[in-house]
Design a protein around this ligand. Structure first.
Ligand SMILES: [Zn+2]
Length: 293
């Protein structure tokens, strides 16, 4: 992937080295932005579904639980150093901002407002409750921020057989895709629809939301490639391999030997690949209507 000459985003909040959750109110409950419950619940979900909680949200998740109070933690001790990975993240985020600022109003009439990307290591607070590396990257609609512990990129390579710079960019673009869904009102609609159904129906809605985010990542890649020729040969294949590696069926099979379709929340490997390539080939948001299929 070619990214050195693309726009740099200023919307990266670097909390690495900040030392995790905010002190004092954090675990006390009641007043703090973070409830211990969030982590416990995630761990329990992972336990009962047989999925490593680390990948349950991996490659993608929207967390809406946790406290409704938003505690934004200043991080005076955070390292402000632009190492290569942070520079890469700033470029990819900058590319999503440039593309969506143009494409979202042109194709939907909705103005694009950038999301903030929070880099952290280990644990940090989010508007949706405590974030920890084990949750994988996720988007919080309550504070419009994407939370990313960079160890996820290393894990994609070492544990899931994916990885590479374009695969990393695809993960970022997928999370930005959730922000786009938020801006066009789709996340609220999906949440409302989930309330009215049982768990199986709610999972089916989650799958459609996730696959749409994959497709929107493809739309971003199509326009970014048009603007800056970002794609090297083999990049799409590597992102497809990553999408395959983080499909629910593959993860479940790896975790316990068989897959249970009702519990899928991100889509099978084949579906993730299909929707990523749909967006990539069309460059059109309306090709990403996973709810009509
Ligand atoms: Zn997702």
């Amino acid at each position: 992937m070619e990214w050195e000459n693309t726009p740099l985003s200023d919307n990266v909040e670097d909390r690495r080295g900040a030392g995790g959750f905010s002190g004092g109110t954090g675990f006390s409950g009641g007043t703090g932005g973070f409830g211990l419950g969030a982590i416990v619940i995630i761990t329990i979900i992972g336990y009962f579904t047989g999925i490593d909680p680390r990948v349950l949200l991996g490659g993608a998740e929207i967390v809406t639980g946790g406290s409704s109070q938003q505690t934004q933690v200043a991080s005076p001790t955070a390292s402000g150093v632009d190492d290569e990975t942070k520079t890469f993240v700033r470029h990819v985020l900058g590319e999503t901002e440039a593309v969506w600022t143009e494409v979202l109003p042109a194709q939907t009439g909705v103005a694009y407002k950038p999301a903030t990307m929070v880099l952290y290591d280990g644990a940090t607070d989010s508007g949706c409750g405590g974030a920890q590396a084990a949750m994988g990257p996720f988007y919080c609609p309550l504070d419009k921020k994407i939370y990313l512990d960079l160890s996820f990129f290393r894990d994609m390579q070492t544990r899931y057989g994916g990885g590479g710079d374009f695969a990393d960019a695809y993960v970022i673009a997928h999370e930005v895709g959730h922000h786009v869904q938020d801006l066009i009102g789709l996340l609220d609609k999906a949440d409302a629809a989930k309330q009215g159904g049982n768990q199986t129906q709610a999972n089916a809605i989650s799958v459609r939301v996730e696959l749409m985010a994959d497709c929107l990542a493809g739309v971003w890649a199509a326009h970014a490639n048009e603007k800056w020729k970002i794609l090297d040969s083999g990049d799409v294949e590597k992102a497809v391999a990553t999408a395959q590696a983080i499909g629910d069926d593959r993860l479940q099979t790896a975790a316990r030997g068989y897959a249970v379709p009702d519990s899928f929340t991100h889509g099978t490997s084949a579906m993730r690949v299909k929707w990523l390539t749909t967006g990539l080939n069309s460059g059109q948001i309306d090709s990403c209507n996973t709810f009509q299929q």
